[in-house]
Design a protein around this ligand. Structure first.
Ligand SMILES: [Zn+2]
Length: 472
């Protein structure tokens, strides 16, 4: 190899400082996978040095003009993003989705834009979305949202496995998702169902659960293995995906400890009617493994599928979703092995969470009164709003009780937290202004509720009913 660098030439070194040049990866042009690779600042001195020795084959000629601080990021974050973009196989002028918008992603976006791509950025941070639009992205939305059009390719920069099915679902047919992160949280269940007709089905657990069908050509005529990845998923070799999964229809899987409430209700109702899973799925026009997925994993379901399921189960969508506005909750008989336990003070605060609906109880001239309110937890106090002339206005200046509870209809478990303390009107102007700015708590009842009340709990207790067979 002839390299004609001259003294005084402007060059840059990247993280990859050298490879063997002889192994099958090096020969295939994938020298970054070389087992004998060496790295700047890791195997070799020089990452932060004033002078260093470098292998000329791994040195890049840099243009005169741009300052060092603009070129240096291209040699690190830029290279990572460039590789991911190459792996994403974005067609010329194609539609690219970028999930996460940090150092590498914002460089990659500019590269893709410079090549004429339409770039959609999907990221959590408001500031990053603004930057994306400034740089010329066609849209910038929430990471779990949908881009305004199907994507030809996507690169996942955020180290969040939950986004893998979300990004796959955003792809157009034949699109490619490149996972750029070296570290990634667990990728959630991707149900892949292989059939002997050469089709495979990918079940998306995302906000708009749906099925994708892939057609595979297998020249050997053998059934594909369950550990095969769907064609649209490409993961970096160095950070392998989670181990092979049991295909649906394989050995019975143990029930995960955290099926969603919807799944529990569906399974319970199905059992009440004595319907098998296959029978139910067939009647509702869905795959058995999709129904299994619904019953065993926390999930959102597409409304049409839910309506069909509700019809088969002789119930309503509202009831499957946990609403039953016309009936009180908790009408089922007790679980087989209930266990009643006290909650620690910290657990009580955890259950109160940040906001929700609770009940205020107070004594009045005509007897005790209990009323539901939207509340907000702030600095160890509970805040609610009420009408100045309403029954809860009497709480001001009194000792009141405040209660929150939740039941699980399917498991016949539940918990309650009770706080007792003095209620005061909030009339401190800065505090009120702060609360109003946050727009919390926001009373569902609407109307004029200009009396802001703060309860300072002095006593706090809670109890939980678990079942001996369920750890939740
Ligand atoms: Zn090599």
């Amino acid at each position: 190899m002839v390299l004609d660098f001259s003294p005084g030439d402007r060059v840059g070194m990247a993280w990859l400082a050298g490879t063997c040049g002889d192994c099958r990866y090096c020969r295939a042009g994938r020298e970054n996978l070389c087992p004998g690779s060496r790295y700047t600042g890791w195997d070799l001195h020089g990452g932060y040095a004033r002078y260093t020795v470098a292998d000329a084959r791994f040195v890049y000629r840099l243009p005169e003009g741009p300052p060092d601080e603009e070129l240096a990021p291209l040699l690190c974050a830029g290279i990572i993003g460039y590789r991911a973009l190459e792996r994403a196989e974005l067609p010329p002028g194609g539609r690219l989705g970028i999930y996460g918008f940090g150092a590498s992603a914002h460089l990659t976006a500019q590269l893709a834009l410079g090549r004429g791509a339409t770039v959609h950025v999907l990221t959590r941070a408001e500031e990053a979305r603004r930057l994306a639009l400034e740089l010329g992205a066609a849209s910038a939305g929430d990471a779990y949202g949908s881009p305004p059009e199907p994507l030809d390719a996507a690169v996942l920069f955020a180290p969040v496995g939950d986004l893998v099915p979300v990004a796959l679902a955003a792809l157009d047919r034949g699109g490619t998702l490149a996972v750029a992160g070296i570290h990634l949280t667990d990728i959630p269940v991707l149900e892949v169902q292989w059939s002997d007709t050469g089709h495979s089905t990918l079940f998306f657990p995302g906000p708009d659960s749906r099925l994708h069908h892939f057609t595979r050509q297998d020249p050997s005529g053998q059934a594909p293995r369950s550990s095969d990845r769907p064609q649209s998923s490409s993961t970096p070799e160095r950070s392998g995906p989670a181990g092979p999964r049991e295909p649906p229809g394989g050995p019975e899987r143990t029930r995960p400890s955290n099926p969603g409430d919807l799944g529990r209700r569906v399974a319970l109702r199905r059992e009440q009617l004595g319907l098998g899973r296959e029978q139910t799925a067939a009647r509702a026009g869905m795959a058995v493994s999709y129904l299994e997925y619904l019953e065993t994993s926390p999930s959102d379901v597409e409304r049409g599928a839910l309506a069909r399921l509700a019809a088969v189960l002789e119930t309503s969508v509202t009831r499957l979703l946990g609403g039953g506005p016309d009936l009180p909750p908790g009408r089922a008989s007790a679980a087989a092995h209930p266990v009643l336990e006290e909650l620690a003070r910290s657990e009580c605060w955890e259950r109160l969470s940040t906001d929700g609906v609770g009940r205020v109880a107070l004594g009045t001239a005509t007897g005790p009164v209990v009323l539901p309110v939207n509340y907000w937890v702030l600095d160890g106090t509970l805040i609610f709003r009420t009408a100045a002339d309403g029954p809860l206005a009497a709480a001001v200046g009194r000792r009141v009780a405040f209660e929150v509870d939740r039941i699980d209809e399917a498991l016949r478990t539940g918990w309650s937290v009770l706080a007792t303390g003095d209620a005061h009107r909030i009339d401190d102007r800065p505090a009120l202004a702060h609360l109003k700015q946050r727009d919390k708590p926001s009373p569902w009842a609407g109307g004029e509720r200009e009396l802001w009340v703060r309860i300072t709990p002095t006593e706090l207790s809670g109890r939980v009913i678990r079942t001996a067979d369920d750890p939740t």
